[in-house]
Structures are given as structure tokens and as C-alpha cells.
Design a protein around this ligand. Structure first.
Ligand SMILES: Cc1ncc(C[n+]2csc(CCOP(=O)(O)OP(=O)(O)O)c2C)c(N)n1
Ligand code: SF4
Length: 264
């Protein structure tokens, strides 16, 4: 009961799969939303005790501090290889990597291709914010044509710097892939769809269907030089046209989540 006589009821709490601490992420950064969605799904699916995550280099390097699950830290781009070893030795565990676009699509490009080709039964959460965030906003493989970054100050010139890599489109061509989808974190409806996709990916891994990846379009207001709301809008107006949302490969045995899923 408050001083005004109104009854307060707690309707939302931090998921048990997250530690009760703050994060170092910048205001407006959607890394925190991605963390929360993963943690909520682990809670709701009862997977926390059997989960092993693999953290990347990049802004999410401290993910091991934030998830209340077992966690390992991989060298730059090598999370899929580490996850492969962990999963093969512990087939009953739920194993996921959490990787930025610099980590996954630049130095880790070969790793991710081969883990998908081999059909490793792991889940990759791929955070695409179109820049190398942690190191100061340099051009990443995912930087958009014309996008200004600290290493492409006049805008990415595809004549000299090539075209963006569309990882869902690439990885969905490989036969070891079971569930490859792209979602976005820029508004509530898309956050809910993102959560549902994470749940589906984890379920597919538990079914043993093969390689699963959920790409999440994300913000980096700090390095984009934008306010938080401007960054969310930029995802919608600039990133989604370049990286269309959708399902790129879905194994016929994949089950979409049903009852008990609060994200629907
Ligand atoms: C072998 C190696 N080269 C370079 C680095 C420096 N480094 C640390 S984080 C990072 C970029 C990470 O960018 P991204 O994966 O997009 O993640 P974000 O910070 O945007 O979340 C780089 C190049 C490193 N840690 N190791
Ligand atoms: S630098 Fe960018 S990606 Fe890193 S925490 Fe800040 S906003 Fe997020």
C-alpha cells in the first residue's frame, strides 16, 4: 500500500537467468534487451541449470558476468569453435554463443561458416549493429553502403570497401543449418518476435536438428552518433531495408512455441 492508498503490485521482475547487477552498456544500446530476452526464455523453458554460454570479444565481452548460467569466454571470432567442443562433450547441455557482427562476420567468418556446414547442434545469437562497437565504431562487414564510421568517415564506398555481408542469407545456404532467422530489437512488437525466435532456436537445438542462429538488428547509439530514439528509428529506416527480417531456413521439424510463451 502506498502513501496515497493505492495498492502496488509487482508485475515484472528481473529473470533469474540474469545476475541482479547493472550492465556497462551505453544508454539506448539494445545489447541489454537481447540479454534480457535470452534470460527470460531460459527461465520460461527451465533451461538455466543446463545452459552454457560462450561470450565474444566486443561490447558483450562481459556477458559472462550478466548471465546467471555457466559461461566461457572465447578469443575473437572463435566462439563457434569453443561452443562446438562444449556441446560435443556435453550433448545434454544447451549451448549458445553471443556474438557481435565484427566478431562473427569479420575475424570469425570462417568459424561460423564451418560450424553451420557441420550442422553443429548449437545456437548463435548474432547481434548486428553495423559497426565494431567496443573498439570505437570502425567499419564492420555489416556496415551499410554510404554509412559513415570512424574508419569510413566519408561513408562506406562499395567500390573500394565491398558490400555488406548478409549472414542469414549466406548461412541459410548450408545444409547443416536448421533454423536461421533475422529479427530486430527496435520496437516492442519486434522485441516480442525476437524472443519467440530465441525460444524456437533453443527448442530446435534440444530436438537435435542442427545449427541454429537468430540474428538481431541492434543499435549502437554511441558510435552512430545518435540519441537512443534516433538510433531505434535508424534501425527501422536504414537497417531493415538492407537486412530484411524473416525466416531464412527452417527445418521442417522445427516447432514454433505454443502455450506458456508470454512473448506472443
Ligand atoms: C585478435 C583480436 N583482434 C582485435 C581485437 C580487438 N577487438 C575487440 S572488440 C572488437 C570489435 C567488436 O565488434 P563487434 O563484434 O561488432 O561487437 P560490438 O562491440 O559492436 O558489440 C575488436 C576488433 C581483439 N580483441 N582480438
Ligand atoms: S559502444 Fe555501442 S554496442 Fe557498445 S555498449 Fe555502447 S552502444 Fe552498445
Amino acid at each position: 500500500m502506498t502513501e496515497t492508498g493505492m495498492v502496488e503490485s509487482l508485475i515484472y521482475t528481473k529473470p533469474g537467468s540474469l545476475m541482479p547487477i547493472g550492465t556497462h552498456y551505453c544508454p539506448g544500446c539494445t545489447h541489454g534487451i537481447a540479454h534480457r530476452l535470452i534470460a527470460e526464455v531460459l527461465d520460461e523453458m527451465g533451461l538455466r541449470e543446463i545452459t552454457i554460454g560462450v561470450a565474444p570479444v566486443g561490447c558483450a565481452v562481459f556477458a559472462y558476468n550478466y548471465f546467471n548460467t555457466d559461461f566461457a569466454e572465447a578469443a575473437h571470432g572463435r566462439a563457434p569453435a569453443m561452443a562446438t567442443g562444449i556441446k560435443r562433450l556435453n550433448p545434454g547441455k544447451l549451448v549458445f554463443t553471443y556474438q557481435g557482427d565484427g566478431d562473427l562476420a569479420a575475424i570469425g567468418a570462417a568459424e561460423i561458416l564451418h560450424v553451420a556446414a557441420r550442422g553443429e547442434n548449437i545456437t548463435v545469437v548474432f547481434i548486428n549493429n553495423a559497426v565494431f562497437g567496443m573498439t570505437g565504431g570502425q567499419m564492420a562487414p555489416t556496415t551499410l553502403p554510404g554509412q559513415r564510421t570512424t574508419s569510413s568517415p566519408t561513408g562506406r564506398d562499395v567500390e573500394t570497401q565491398g558490400f555488406p555481408m548478409k549472414m542469414c542469407e549466406v548461412l541459410s545456404q548450408l545444409d547443416g543449418s536448421a533454423y536461421i532467422v533475422r529479427r530486430s530489437l527496435h520496437d516492442v512488437a519486434n522485441i516480442r518476435r525476437s524472443k519467440k525466435a530465441l525460444r524456437t532456436a533453443f527448442a530446435a537445438q534440444q530436438q537435435g536438428l542442427g545449427f541454429t542462429m537468430v540474428e538481431l538488428l541492434s543499435t549502437c547509439p554511441t558510435n552512430w552518433g545518435m540519441k537512443a530514439d534516433e538510433a531505434l528509428h535508424w534501425v527501422e529506416t536504414h537497417m531493415i531495408p538492407a537486412y530484411p527480417l524473416g525466416d531464412y531456413r527452417v527445418h521442417p521439424a522445427v516447432h514454433e512455441p505454443r502455450g506458456g510463451d508470454r512473448s506472443k
